[in-house]
Design a binder for this molecule. Structure first.
Ligand SMILES: [Zn+2]
Length: 216
């Protein structure tokens, strides 16, 4: 319809954004993984200390705890890497949401890492099937957890990422579609300077007051 606002989905922009996000995520993950080689050992030491404290309370001896020393298995906790990478690289989300993602995700993953170590003990010392099930489930849950936390917090923002809607106007004279910022230029170039004073254009600008501001 001539002189109306039309909405168009711009697929190219949408895919471009998705690809940009994906490459930013992969690049950030690689960078954080390198960092993890240095930080991971200290993190795993902290996780193991908390787990040892709980295992002591559960009745396992110091000798048993140090026999199953998992302090060096820090690469198993790499799922903190995608969590941080997602918090940093997801486009168009509020900074508070990024902070929230880490504030929720970090304790959740930390608890899973502690639980993972604890579950290894009844599995080794009592051949517990239940503990084995927990250890195997945590292997899967550990990979999925950062993405579940990310999706839970950002699914409403993701609709922006998946469909970019661009507001366009159709020319009141010829019906050609254009963005608002190109409107006056189009009238001048396609229909002549006189067309700017025409009734059709004046009516259009009155109907879309945001165009008035562009003129000033
Ligand atoms: Zn036109």
């Amino acid at each position: 319809m001539r002189g109306e606002i039309v909405y168009r989905k711009v697929e190219v922009l949408r895919w471009k954004q998705l690809l940009l996000f994906l490459s930013a995520f992969l690049f950030a993950s690689a960078a954080f993984l390198i960092l993890w080689f240095y930080v991971g050992e200290f993190y795993q030491y902290t996780v193991f200390s908390v787990a040892a404290f709980i295992l002591n309370a559960m009745g396992y001896s110091e000798a048993q705890i140090s026999a199953v020393n998992l302090t060096r298995a820090y690469l198993a906790n790499f799922n903190l890497v995608p969590l941080i990478a997602l918090a940093v690289t997801t486009p168009r989300i509020a900074w508070m949401k990024r902070v929230k993602m880490l504030a929720i995700g970090f304790p959740v993953l930390f608890s899973l890492h502690v639980l993972d170590i604890i579950a290894h003990f009844p599995m080794y010392f009592h051949d517990s099937e239940f503990a084995r099930m927990i250890v195997y489930s945590l292997g899967v849950a550990g990979v999925a957890a950062p993405f579940i936390i990310w999706f839970a917090l950002t699914h409403d923002d993701l609709s922006y990422l998946l469909s970019e809607e661009v507001r366009k106007y159709s020319c009141p004279i010829c019906g050609a579609e254009m963005r608002g910022e190109d409107f006056l230029k189009h009238i001048k170039e396609a229909h002549g300077k006189k067309a700017l004073k025409s009734k059709k254009v004046k009516d259009f600008i009155r109907k879309h007051p945001e165009m008035q501001r562009r003129r000033l």
